[in-house]
Design a protein around this ligand. Structure first.
Ligand code: HEC
Length: 271
């Protein structure tokens, strides 16, 4: 009888522990402003004055990497991890569309830059100055690739959000492995650096190492940012868009939850 009571007591003690076992939480990283969160006013009118202001800013801040005409030839591969984009290709990694980016997309990228790479952020410039840069960059694209349409692609609409739960993370893991993400990103999110990948300019490129942390994702490290990247892909890189999967694309949320959970795994636990 005593033993039974003791067991009951232990069972009662452990019950709340089981009931309170931590449910996953979307980790936030307030130290970094994500691409999608940049608040911006509409562009000022594109005048010759705005464009010449943009040219001055570009000449002072951008030519040493992007090159005078925007062909990405201002700096050599030996001196930089990832060489700058050749604007003539019209391929931009961060977009809210399935094709050419909107002016807002370009504004956001100029504002946040690419963390961990050499593309600096220019959030310290005024909105007017960043708009001047956007429009001047578009004139460079026009000169380098006159045939390229600069009409933005179709706006990408995220599927309805799904709650961040362990069940969704587990489902995401299944899709992640089935869809071949692990080939490049590693089944534990540590990028596979043994494979050779090239970008559209023929330069070597590495898959993102998720375990560096979500704050380093170029497009942002929250599930919604990852879903958007999965839908748009990163143009000019081996990171392809993953179109519709499943009936309502909810699987993209599962995958994004899994990627987010890998990115938030404390590094010491995975060693
Ligand atoms: C053929 C290799 C390859 C495959 C397969 C692949 N990726 Fe990638 N992925 C890349 C590369 C390369 C990058 C880095 C691109 C860059 O930063 O310029 C990347 C970047 C990413 C990023 C970072 C985005 C950011 O904002 O920086 C995420 C998230 C991602 N991939 C998720 C996935 C998922 C999920 C899958 C499977 C559905 C997948 N990838 C399949 C090569 C791949």
């Amino acid at each position: 009888m005593n033993i039974t009571l003791k067991n009951l007591f232990i069972a009662l003690l452990t019950l709340p522990i089981v009931a309170c076992s931590p449910s996953p939480k979307v980790q936030s990283h307030p130290e970094r402003v994500y691409w999608a969160d940049i608040t911006l006013k509409t562009s000022p009118e594109v005048t010759n004055e705005l464009l010449s202001h943009g040219k001055n800013l570009y000449d002072n801040n951008c030519t040493k990497c992007q090159g005078v005409t925007g062909r990405g030839d201002g700096i050599t591969l030996e001196t930089i991890i990832v060489p700058p984009r050749d604007f003539a290709l019209g391929q931009f990694k961060l977009r809210s569309t399935d094709g050419f980016p909107t002016d807002y997309d370009l504004f956001r990228t100029i504002t946040v830059g690419f963390p961990q790479y050499d593309m600096p952020e220019f959030g310290h410039l005024s909105q007017e100055e960043r708009w001047a840069l956007v429009h001047y960059v578009k004139t460079l694209i026009k000169s380098a690739a006159p045939q390229l349409s600069q009409v933005p692609g179709k706006s990408v609409k995220l599927p309805n959000a799904k709650p961040y739960t362990q069940a969704s993370i587990d489902l995401g893991k299944v899709h992640f492995n089935k869809m071949g993400c692990a080939y490049c990103h590693g089944s534990n999110g540590i990028a596979n650096t043994a494979i050779t990948l090239k970008d559209a300019q023929g330069n070597p490129i590495k898959p993102r190492n998720f375990q560096d942390g979500p704050e380093y994702f170029k497009g942002g490290g929250r599930p919604e940012d990852i879903v958007r990247i999965l839908m748009t892909g990163m143009a000019g890189t081996p990171m392809q868009p993953y179109g519709r999967i499943g009936a309502d694309n909810q699987e993209l949320w599962d995958i994004a939850h899994y990627v987010h959970s890998l990115a938030n795994t404390p590094k010491k636990e995975t060693k």
